[in-house]
Design a protein around this ligand. Structure first.
Ligand SMILES: Nc1nc2c(c(=O)[nH]1)N[C@@H](CN(C=O)c1ccc(C(=O)N[C@@H](CCC(=O)O)C(=O)O)cc1)CN2
Length: 287
């Protein structure tokens, strides 16, 4: 049976370290500031934003949630972002995704100052990640949270075959870059990949973010593989499940993340920790 990588426990451990760092900043008169912008009323996004705010406030971060109407124009949204870019009390800005149709996600991520882009989605920060120049570079929170699992469970990536199923900007692409930078041999697979199972069966490290409930079954997994499930799906009973068929795969893998309480909590913990890191960078810069 695989070791279950407990995201809730690891998140609590990291939050404790983050609380100490926040205290050290408070001693210098600095309170990390995070702005989360939510456009519209997508129910899942509302839950994620509420959880982000709760965790930020609990740890002593100055957290602002801006709820904007579904109908807001791209121009108006970008103007609001620019105001926060100029606000010295704000160290980190996040625009919750997905956005309504009239708003171009690329324009929005471009509008967030790279020094406040806590999601690491601005092309400048993504580019730095790609060329492995990550000094003072925010990195996408879900992939960075997954790297924390590897560190905690002492999973060596060097020379390992890693397969990333999914090519989104939020998870797949930055995750593939992080794995490459850690010297893994990385394949990105996606919905157009032929014979996906032939690839996944070769993977020492299998990360799945494809958005289909229980897509990966035991027969798609190499014995002893490390399996990371980024899925957030609903089964036919409306229960929250992942992209991996946990019940069968846990009998074959060496390590596995559950859904819920796996990758999800680590995304929020990484967001909070990265907000603090950005406040630390800003204080170093301002002497
Ligand atoms: N701007 C961003 N938008 C989105 C991101 C992101 O990283 N930046 N990621 C996802 C959603 N997301 C964070 O925003 C997120 C998803 C899930 C969880 C989580 O803790 N899930 C729980 C279960 C929650 C439930 O019961 O529904 C778990 O897995 O235990 C946190 C954050 C898309 N948008």
């Amino acid at each position: 049976m695989a070791t279950i990588m407990d995201g809730k426990a690891l998140a609590a451990e990291i939050d404790m370290r983050t609380a100490n760092r926040i205290q050290r900043l408070a001693d210098q008169g600095i309170t990390p500031g995070l702005v989360v912008i939510l456009v519209g009323k997508d129910p899942a996004s509302q839950i994620y934003v509420r959880n982000k705010e709760r965790r930020a406030k609990k740890l002593g971060i100055h957290s602002i949630v801006r709820n904007l109407p579904e109908t807001i124009s791209e121009k108006e949204l970008i103007k609001i972002i620019q105001e926060y870019n100029e606000d010295p009390t704000v160290h980190a800005i996040l625009v919750q995704l997905p956005l309504p149709e009239q708003i171009n996600e690329f324009h929005v991520t471009m509008a967030i100052s790279p020094t406040k882009d806590v999601d690491g989605f601005n092309p400048f920060n993504l580019g730095k990640l790609l060329i492995n120049k990550t000094d003072q570079t925010p990195i996408a929170c879900t992939p960075q949270g997954i790297m924390s699992f590897f560190k905690k469970y002492q999973i060596n990536l060097d020379g390992k075959k890693a397969v990333m199923v999914g090519r989104s900007t939020i998870v797949g692409k930055p995750m593939a870059a992080l794995l490459t930078n850690a010297n893994a041999t990385v394949t990105i697979a996606h919905s157009h990949t032929h014979h996906l199972s032939e690839l996944t069966r070769e993977a020492d490290i299998l990360i799945v973010a494809i958005g289909v409930a229980h897509y990966i079954k035991a027969e798609d997994v190499k014995p002893g593989a490390v399996v990371i499930d980024v899925g957030m799906d609903r089964d036919s009973n409306g229960k929250l499940v992942g992209d991996v068929d946990f019940e069968s795969v846990e009998k074959k893998a060496s390590y596995i993340t559950p859904v819920p309480k796996g990758v999800g909590p680590m995304t929020i913990t990484t967001l909070i920790s990265q907000t603090v890191t950005m406040a630390e960078w800003s204080s170093e810069k301002n002497g």
